[in-house]
Design a protein around this ligand. Sequence first.
Ligand SMILES: CC(C)(COP(=O)(O)OP(=O)(O)OC[C@H]1O[C@@H](n2cnc3c(N)ncnc32)[C@H](O)[C@@H]1OP(=O)(O)O)[C@@H](O)C(=O)NCCC(=O)NCCS
Length: 156
Amino acid sequence: MKPVVMDTTKGLRILIRNFEMRDIKRVMEIEEEAFLEGDKDLYIELYREWQEGFIVAEVDGMVIGFTVLVLTPEEEGRVFALAVDSRFRGKGVGRALLKAAFNLLRRYKIGFVRLEVRVSNRVAQQLYRSMGFVETGFVPFYYKDGEAALLMRKVL
Ligand SMILES: CC(C)(COP(=O)(O)OP(=O)(O)OC[C@H]1O[C@@H](n2cnc3c(N)ncnc32)[C@H](O)[C@@H]1OP(=O)(O)O)[C@@H](O)C(=O)NCCC(=O)NCCS
């Protein structure tokens, strides 16, 4: 993807671009703060598998959020991870990252995108619903700590 400077729906000017290896430290800081369950090696592996699917948002030269997409064997997109630095939440960055992800998947003629989200994570669920995701299932004990996941899917 070509880097794009844009204003979020909340008026924050951000740069959206592909992840580069030098971003890994910041990405892992944001990921750890957000209590996602990935690890560094897995992120690097996913990046190597599909570099375009790893997208970051930057403000003043600092990475403040990221999303990682993977392609499933059924040729659907999957949002593997999405997180925004807590100091920059609520400013439209998550929404902008998802929009960039959908545009990328559409360019690859992918028809659906799906994801899993913790049942307790109302903020993320609200964001996904507002972007057209619908609930398609429920997986008990999906996360390491035993929490269940909601499955959500969207037509692109
Ligand atoms: C979920 C997350 C990525 C959203 O990113 P964000 O940049 O804060 O989200 P946005 O500012 O783009 O908000 C988009 C929507 O999310 C919802 N939302 C955001 N903050 C919210 C809050 N504090 N309370 C309720 N809803 C909220 C709203 O529906 C909002 O819509 P709006 O634009 O009409 O206000 C961010 O909260 C985060 O990193 N959370 C921790 C990691 C996580 O949960 N990742 C998702 C795992 S599936």
